[in-house]
Write a protein that binds this ligand. Structure first.
Ligand code: OGA
Ligand code: NI
Length: 383
């Protein structure tokens, strides 16, 4: 989440004068002589000098389906499931968030055909001629708009991706000049998708409180500040990379959000999550939405729930798209770890924070984990 949650201007933000990755890729592929990937002339700014560790494929492991796939329809107290079924699903949610910081959901109420239509519309946008997309080019001192990875620091290795970033909620923050008019359905479908995610988000935050048997089931919603929060959407396009072992689609990061929802490409994998020092590939589960907790959930839950560190790898034969929708508190909201989760065994792990987005980017730019900047104590050894 290089610039997932920044919504207003910061002094670090420079307009991107760079080429899009789509242009760079096209040029390299055109020039490449095909004799091994080192022959391809990947611009230095995109190369991870020391390479990066490979990931374990979970295909033969049932964890993603048995333990990390939540039936969303069972989470709501108004669901038709029996209390026992709901308890089991809440336990799954608790397991996923305490151990992995992420999971996928099915039965969330959005049909596969609706999700497929959305993916097609996203693909159509990125397939438009460059001049058409440039009409929405990110402006100076802005995060909204279309462009490559924001070039914030000369030390930064750039992500092999182009993006369209849009503020969605509150509605008054929408910069409609950046909302593409083509494909025609795009605006409407963003609205529909984000409105559904908003209600899912509320159900989820209540379910999180239930899963920890907290007295007040509104407590995550209140700490997040549900009535005045912000929701931003980032459309990601990962062009083919002729030298995929040298680049990353998105470098390792955790999101500076409370929660992030991700619509993955329906056939091209790329997302990976880190757990106990090991990278795992996230499989594509048809019709499912991937959800990861962000740093603010880790802070609010006093470290009981984990903010998942994740990255995206590139590949040499297929383009990939995804859509990440970020939920985070308003910049002046004071966010505090839940008192009931601060105990003798688990002292307060994080400071109370305001405008975490700012903290996030200051540390992210220096290559540090932003959560460490607000950490008071290490987690208990057995949690
Ligand atoms: C992000 C992100 C993952 C993906 O945009 O923050 O982690 O699969 N995206 O595109
Ligand atoms: Ni992310």
């Amino acid at each position: 989440m290089a610039e997932d949650t920044v919504k207003t201007t910061t002094e670090h933000q420079a307009p991107s004068t760079n080429k899009t990755v789509q242009e760079i890729a096209a040029q390299i592929i055109h020039q490449g002589n095909g004799e091994g990937e080192e022959k391809f002339n990947i611009p230095e700014r995109y190369i991870h000098e020391n390479g990066y560790p490979s990931a374990i494929n979970f295909d033969s492991d049932p964890t993603w389906v048995n333990s990390l796939l939540v039936d969303f329809s069972r989470l709501s107290p108004f669901s038709s499931s029996s209390p026992k079924t709901r308890e089991e699903e809440l336990e799954k949610l608790r397991f996923a968030l305490t151990n992995w910081g992420c999971f996928q959901v099915m039965n969330h109420g959005m049909s596969s055909s609706f999700l497929e239509e959305f993916r097609q519309v996203i693909k159509q946008f990125f397939a438009l001629p460059l001049e058409e997309k440039q009409k929405y080019a990110r402006g100076p001192n802005d995060f909204d708009g279309y462009g490559n990875d924001s070039d914030i620091s000369s030390k930064q290795t750039l992500d092999w991706t182009d993006r369209l970033y849009l503020s969605v909620y509150p509605e008054k923050d929408r910069k409609l000049g950046y909302w593409p008019q083509k494909p025609q359905r795009l605006r409407e479908i963003i609205d529909e998708f984000c409105a559904t995610l908003r209600s899912m988000f509320e159900i989820l935050l209540k379910a999180m409180a239930h899963s920890l048997h907290l007295d007040d089931d509104q407590i995550f919603l209140n700490e997040h500040g549900i009535d005045q929060d912000s929701v931003h959407a980032r459309f990601n396009f990962y062009p083919i990379c002729p030298s995929p072992h040298q680049t990353l689609g998105v470098k390792p990061h955790a999101d500076g959000t409370t929660m992030t929802f991700l619509l993955q490409d329906e056939e091209v994998e790329g997302l990976q999550v880190l757990k106990d020092g090991q990278w795992y590939k996230v499989p594509i589960i048809p019709g499912a939405i991937f959800i990861n907790a962000g740093d603010l959930t880790e802070i609010i839950s006093n470290g009981v729930f984990k903010s998942a560190v994740h990255r995206v790898v590139t590949n040499s034969d297929k383009e990939r798209i995804s859509l990440a929708v970020f939920f985070f508190p308003r910049s002046d909201k004071v966010v505090t770890p839940i008192k009931e989760l601060v105990t003798d065994d688990r002292p307060q792990m994080y400071q109370q924070v305001t405008n975490y987005t700012d903290i996030f980017f200051k540390h992210y730019q220096l290559g540090q984990r932003p959560l460490d900047a607000v950490r008071i104590a290490q987690p208990p050894s057995s949690s």
